[in-house]
Design a protein around this ligand. Sequence first.
Ligand SMILES: Nc1ncnc2c1ncn2[C@@H]1O[C@H](COP(=O)(O)OP(=O)(O)OP(=O)(O)O)[C@@H](O)[C@H]1O
Ligand SMILES: [Mg+2]
Length: 318
Amino acid sequence: MTASPLGVADTSWVGETTASRAEPPITLEGVTKVYRGGGGVRELTVEVGWGEVFGFLGPNGAGKTTTIRLLLDLIRPQSGRVRLFGLDARRDAVAIHRRIGYLPGELALYDRLSARETFAHFARLRGGPDEATVEHWAGEFDLDLDRPVRTLSRGNRQKVGLVGALMNEPDLLVLDEPTVGLDPLVQRTVHDRLREAVASGRTVFLSSHVLSEVAEVADRVGLIKDGRLIAIERVAEIRARAVHVVEVRVGEPEGLAVLEGVEGVSVRERVGDGLRLEVVGSLNPLVAALAGLDVVDLSVHEPSLEDVFLSYYDGPAR
Ligand SMILES: Nc1ncnc2c1ncn2[C@@H]1O[C@H](COP(=O)(O)OP(=O)(O)OP(=O)(O)O)[C@@H](O)[C@H]1O
Ligand SMILES: [Mg+2]
């Protein structure tokens, strides 16, 4: 079975010529996989291109992990086609897996092995980078290579999985909630490495239930809920149509009256000498109106995932 804890190592590092990028790294066509309990994914159609970070965003139970398992051929669809690099996910699994770095959502490691031994084990099985490269990546993530992974904290175990997937520099990284349990500094390291990967033309598919993470690193986002793809958008478009909650306090509260007529702005409530506003779409008209006021304090809250999805259900027809 290919469901190894550290995914499957690419072998391009040994000097093999990089395989063709003529075909898109990921193509899902009408893919349906419904479990006995009724959960799963339905009629998913997505194409992910070379050199992009594609974020797969959805709440718990949306179908993110199911989709990733379909990509890896760990489960099989009841209908539809899953293709990677133009190859059939099932028939050509061996050739495909050589080019993928995979971080599962529920990482299973060999508890008694250290990270170094874990990586060496996979390198023996199917190739992997040399010791110096392993050291380099461990340094990047401040990962202790020599402690048994059983003694590592949750975040440090996650780093073992991430380093294992990243250090082979695969053509396609498939990461299921990669930054869960990582502190903000390490999250930033992950995002930086992912940006580097796509800058060199490789592709990243990552799932998340956190809008801010996806917004920070992804180029395009697939919104998934209840097993269905609600929309595929560029990050800027999601931000533009999302509802922001803005709190503003001013020196002279009488001046706040001018905000009532501003495009996209509606007043939710008065809070002390300020207002809590709801802003639909661009923040620019509000910012322009605020320029004429004596602003003492201003805070803008990121829309919740729920609000983002609502904007796609309730918003204007697309
Ligand atoms: N092996 C399984 N057997 C039966 N139902 C399953 C199985 N795996 C997942 N499901 C159901 O399919 C739906 C999608 O689950 P999935 O794990 O893909 O969601 P997810 O988006 O990854 O959620 P999370 O954010 O919690 O990881 C859920 O309703 C879940 O209960
Ligand atoms: Mg999941």
